[in-house]
Design a protein around this ligand. Structure first.
Ligand code: NAP
Length: 259
């Protein structure tokens, strides 16, 4: 399918690895110019080269911490007229909710709620003027079904979800959409680190924990970043203009509800 976004400009936050990289690659394949981002400049430049070589797209690398105002300003400066914004970031570390102090609470809210809202505020009026905008927020299946130890992540992302639910309706008439992707378990560095942490906490073998978790998913496997990327590219497509304000699970059937 031609997604109708060739030549569109996209910013994909936190995209040197994992789900963000999957989204950046899929948008590049669809013909977009893509700003990619991560904090490690060396890794980012390597990934930019790899995506360029694989897709032929124009890729701009912005090494910055999206959890800071300066980092977000650098992203906006690199592409002030973005047509597509994919909000993504690292998630807060696994922690017992009792141990999250005030500073850590603020940091989690900044990273997973304030950062995406600030970028939306900076870019959405240009999208409205140009009568095309696609905003995709990568949140988590934990917004719908909590995961113990990731309470701050779930809470900050649920806050973002509530905030943009109204905004999505306010901008829909200008062909600007805002949707969330809610990933379940995907094979990325982050998920592997989570299972390594569980192995350290419980003394169990990593391979056993990793295999048991996959076996609990109805699809009996982890998702791939490419699968999130394909969903993201479709939500960013010209054809998806009538989908807005939605929270779309991609989890191999893990969430047990009928809807
Ligand atoms: N994987 C899953 O199963 C899953 C499920 C649900 C939700 N999620 C959420 O999806 C998001 C991405 O997860 P992932 O699994 O793709 O993680 P990942 O494989 O660890 O990749 C994270 C990416 O984000 C970048 N990054 C992290 N912190 C950043 C910051 N402050 N500023 C800019 N870039 C930053 C990293 O690069 P640098 O380290 O160089 O900055 C890297 O490119 C997370 O918020 C995670 O909680 C993941």
């Amino acid at each position: 399918m031609d997604l109708g976004i060739k030549g569109r400009k996209a910013i994909v936050c936190a995209s040197s690895k994992g789900l963000g990289r999957g989204c950046a690659t899929a948008l590049a394949e669809a013909g977009c110019e893509v700003v990619i981002n991560g904090r490690d400049a060396g890794v980012l430049e390597t990934v930019a080269d790899e995506i360029r070589r694989a897709t032929g797209a124009k890729i701009v690398a912005v090494a910055a911490d999206v959890g800071t105002e300066a980092g977000r300003a650098a992203l906006v400066a690199a592409c002030p007229d973005a047509d597509i914004l994919v909000n993504n970031n690292g998630g807060p570390p696994w922690r017992n909710f009792r141990d999250i102090d005030h500073a850590a609470l603020l940091e989690g809210v900044e990273a997973n709620m304030i950062a995406p809202i600030s970028l939306i505020q900076a870019l959405i009026d240009g999208m409205i003027e140009r009568k095309f905008g696609r905003i995709v927020n990568i949140t988590s299946g934990s917004v719908k079904a909590p995961l113990s130890g990731l309470d701050l992540s779930s809470g900050a992302r649920a806050g973002l979800t509530g905030f943009v639910a109204g905004v999505a309706r306010e901008v829909a008439a200008a062909n600007v959409t805002i949707n969330q992707i809610l990933p379940g378990a995907f094979d990325t560095d982050r998920l592997r680190k989570g299972s390594q942490g569980a192995a350290a906490r419980t003394g169990k073998d990593f391979d056993e924990i990793w295999a048991t978790r996959a076996a609990d998913i109805p699809a009996k496997r982890y998702g791939t970043p490419g699968e999130v990327g394909a969903l993201c590219a479709f939500l960013a497509s010209a054809q998806a203009g009538y989908i807005t304000g939605q929270n779309i699970l991609i989890d191999g059937g893990a969430f047990p509800g009928a809807f």
